[in-house]
Design a binder for this molecule. Structure first.
Ligand SMILES: Cc1cc2nc3c(=O)[nH]c(=O)nc-3n(C[C@H](O)[C@H](O)[C@H](O)COP(=O)(O)OP(=O)(O)OC[C@H]3O[C@@H](n4cnc5c(N)ncnc54)[C@H](O)[C@@H]3O)c2cc1C
Length: 407
């Protein structure tokens, strides 16, 4: 198993459940990559892809507005252009409809899949049955969101429209100067994403799993094209079978396994407030700017934004600082003392769908990456699906929309 982020960990423990002996390989400690710093949301209602017809008109602003929810760095524009072209195609109404059905097929099983794993890992203390409160300050933002609310409702999500008073009854820390909001009672959240990964890793070790810390450089294949060795900076490892779950870094490994995928990254940021000075019970999603104000164990995380700047450019920390500025009119009085910034790499495909399946033309290589904004939500169900494939069971979910060769 290459990659011990939340997706790799879920795959590893699901494979162990079927009796496989699993080695996890990662250059970092388990769960300390992108899976460390996310918003902790189990967003089973997130059936709307990132590319929608509305986004097309926003592309010029994406290039110019450093405070916008989606930004493209000029230095990366030439590299991301082919990806953006596919992103634009995915925004056609018929594509959005198809993609949202595929998302729903995974999301509908995501809660149950997590509850099973949370129980197996004795991680109940990080699971919060919280719902999510989406708040809007400007009427234009509320109006613009109605088409996505409508799509969610059409896919079966429960969304309750709330007045400002009703929202403030749920979350008294909210400003009275808001316009309206919507509550999604079926969404859940993780109060400490790293702790969740640690609990999964403990389960993995209890089940006899081995962890190898190494920076993997390449996969070697035999004459039959099947992978034979994982070559890193330490001893090469002989392979019987391989799951590629290296998040945003999976592209070259998939390539060695014979598969080209347009995987790139939407970098995201958080600002951790260890002494936030306000009480909150559940995640608040700021609809006007599309980021979260999320209470977690020991503080509040201001978290979100998407930036196209690849895997090599340095972080633009003003993207994290802006979150405090944007949060202030929604939750006044947030205390920024001791704030810590973080950046991570969402593994993103242009159609907002992950790659889950066997590598084309390979018997023993499985692909589990590209979960974009929903890797935490979909981690557990992805693990179940990879285990189904490895056991030659027919998965309960149609995996055709998640094939690597769909592009
Ligand atoms: C700001 C932000 C907020 C988010 N909020 C949410 C949310 O609320 N809900 C949600 O569902 N999702 C959310 N996401 C998305 C989610 O965090 C990701 O989709 C998920 O963490 C991806 O998990 P992963 O295991 O695929 O990747 P990672 O966590 O990145 O794990 C991949 C692992 O592969 C390892 N690796 C890579 N290359 C090599 C190599 N050469 N050798 C050895 N090891 C290697 C890395 O070290 C890493 O540990 C958010 C993301 C961001 C950035």
């Amino acid at each position: 198993m290459l990659g011990a982020g939340v997706v790799g960990l879920c795959c590893a423990v699901s494979l162990q459940k079927d009796g496989h002996s699993v080695t996890l390989v990662d250059r970092m400690d388990p769960g300390t990559g992108t899976s460390f710093g996310n918003a902790g949301l189990i967003q089973i209602d997130a059936v709307v892809p990132i590319a929608t017809p509305g986004i097309l008109g926003n592309v010029p602003r994406m290039l110019l507005d450093p405070k916008g929810p989606l930004v493209v760095r000029w230095r990366y524009l030439h590299r991301i252009a082919p990806w953006l072209a596919k992103f634009v195609l995915a925004a056609r109404p018929d594509s959005v409809e198809r993609i949202s059905m595929a998302l729903a097929s995974l999301l509908d099983s995501s809660n149950d899949a997590w509850l099973e794993l949370i129980k197996a890992a004795s991680a109940q203390e990080v699971w919060r049955q919280s719902g999510e409160l989406h708040v809007y300050r400007k009427k234009e933002a509320w109006d613009a969101a109605q088409s996505t609310h409508e799509l969610r409702r059409r896919r079966g999500s429960l969304l309750e429209d709330l007045t400002v008073d009703e929202m403030r009854q749920l979350e008294p820390a909210l400003s009275p100067e808001l316009y309206a909001g919507v509550f999604t009672p079926n969404a859940n959240s993780i109060t400490h994403p790293l702790h969740l990964s640690e609990k999964l890793f403990e389960l993995f070790r209890r089940n006899g799993g081995e962890f190898v810390k190494d920076n993997i450089l390449r996969i070697e294949t035999g004459s039959d094209g099947e992978p034979s060795q994982l070559v890193g900076e330490h001893e090469p490892r002989t392979l019987d079978a391989l799951v590629i779950a290296a998040g945003a870094f999976s592209k070259p490994f998939a390539k060695s396994a014979g598969t080209s995928v347009p995987l790139d990254t939407e970098r995201g940021y958080h600002l951790w407030l260890p002494d936030p000075g306000v009480e909150m019970r559940r995640p608040i999603i700021v609809g006007d700017h599309r980021f979260g104000i999320v209470p977690m164990t020991g503080g509040i995380r201001l978290v979100g934004t998407a930036e196209f700047a690849g895997l090599e450019l340095p972080p633009y920390w003003d993207r994290a600082d802006i979150l405090a500025e944007l949060a202030a009119p929604f939750v006044p009085g947030l205390n920024l003392d001791g704030a810590e910034r973080w950046m991570g790499y969402r593994p993103s495909l242009p159609d907002s769908l992950p790659v889950i399946g066997r590598a084309p033309g390979r018997k023993d290589v499985y692909l589990a990456f590209g979960h974009g904004h929903l890797g935490l939500t979909m981690g557990a169900v992805t693990g179940q699906l990879i285990a189904d494939l490895a056991a030659n069971r027919t998965p309960a979910i149609d995996l055709a929309p998640f094939r690597a060769e769909r592009f």
